[in-house]
Design a protein around this ligand. Sequence first.
Ligand SMILES: Cc1cc2nc3c(=O)[nH]c(=O)nc-3n(C[C@H](O)[C@H](O)[C@H](O)COP(=O)(O)OP(=O)(O)OC[C@H]3O[C@@H](n4cnc5c(N)ncnc54)[C@H](O)[C@@H]3O)c2cc1C
Length: 423
Amino acid sequence: MKNKEFFDVVIIGGGPSGSNAAISYKKLNPDLRVAVIDKEFFPRDKSCGDAIGPGVINALKRFGNDHILEGEPKVISTTLFGPKNIGIHNYIPKVKNKEDSIVYVIPRLDLDNRIFNLAKQAGAHAFEGYRYSKFINNGRSLLVEIENKNKEQLLIETKLLVGADGANSRVRKSLNLNQNSDWNKAIAIRAYIDSPNYVEIFKERTLMFEINVSAIKGYAWAFPSNGDLVNIGIGVPLSLFKKEKMDINCLLEDFIKTLNGRGVTVDNLRMEKSFILPFASSRPKLAHDRVALIGDAGSMINPMSGEGIFYGMEAGYLLAKETHHLINEDTSVINSGINKYEKVFNKRFGKHFLSCSLARVVFQSPFMTKRLLAIASLNQHTIDFVVELLFDEANLTIKEVFLLVVKILLPLNILKLLKKTTT
Ligand SMILES: Cc1cc2nc3c(=O)[nH]c(=O)nc-3n(C[C@H](O)[C@H](O)[C@H](O)COP(=O)(O)OP(=O)(O)OC[C@H]3O[C@@H](n4cnc5c(N)ncnc54)[C@H](O)[C@@H]3O)c2cc1C
């Protein structure tokens, strides 16, 4: 006989997307009974670059929760390398509607635990060590089945189910939605190292990116965290990875050689972990009958930067904003709120994701990467724009495309001359 409980909203997955959805529901409507279910016990690790930018800071500030970032070292710049060792350095530009031009690099083991705790403090009920298996829709409510490692099952009746269960989402499977195609996914490996001279080599705490250097069509990073701790990793499109029969550990070894070549000391390599990134270049339908998808479960990762925490957290907030006051209404009213969430999310991020998808295609060409980085090294507007695509909600407008095409066609000598006359 299964035990049965009741919650107004049931969120599967206590990562940043699910936890922020829980925080948002409880802050917007404290009367709601909200449950967050995760198969793991927190703190739990997650393969990630661990970088959170102005968007996440803003999402935490919304409900006065940015205190969880206090005392963390700030990263203020990016250093981007392309083929032939072209490197450009830039400060993180001011981004639209967000006041902080900084990035933090906090291991997810720690960061996710802090956000999960915020959800519990806000009044959400946590079920840790419980795996979601399926739901049944009886028309008036949903019956959600979860199970722990001892095979103890629990049935939870709810009015709204949120799939925030990451890249291999089981909620998404329950909705009979396909996973992203391999072209719209990447595989990446993350590891931690100690590097006593990283900050000295790059002169300051900078996020180092590499495009088309250690792996063709690949993207590698080295992000400085607390003290000597540096998060490093490398990723490639999954389609290419399979076609070329690549080995993810070999890619990491090659990147470490590149880091050594730049003079970076790499000590105590540990916690290597690879995982899939479902890109927002192909998003499933997010709104369903009393069910919504957010975060990686809804393929919300920026195809250019690999950033996903911000978009998932913002999706959790937008879903709560559009539905928190409708939970006790009829199915059709709740569903209209869920549909509104999808509309608002796509309106806000659709063009941005499309721009980043196009940029990803361009950056997959070593020739174009080299050319664009050469232009960016001579033209502040271009580098600001590339960095905004990495961190913010910037779009490729017709004007931007026109300016870029002109700069690509112009001989570099003319750009050098223009740079001299404007400085
Ligand atoms: C190598 C790598 C580097 C990345 N670097 C960055 C970066 O630097 N910055 C950035 O912003 N993003 C980065 N991303 C993307 C980022 O990790 C994700 O976008 C982010 O974790 C999405 O959060 P989420 O809450 O949607 O999913 P997750 O963080 O994956 O959380 C999902 C949760 O659901 C739980 N779960 C899964 N299945 C079930 C089930 N059946 N029942 C119950 N619980 C379940 C899991 O245990 C997990 O806790 C990176 C991704 C990878 C793979």
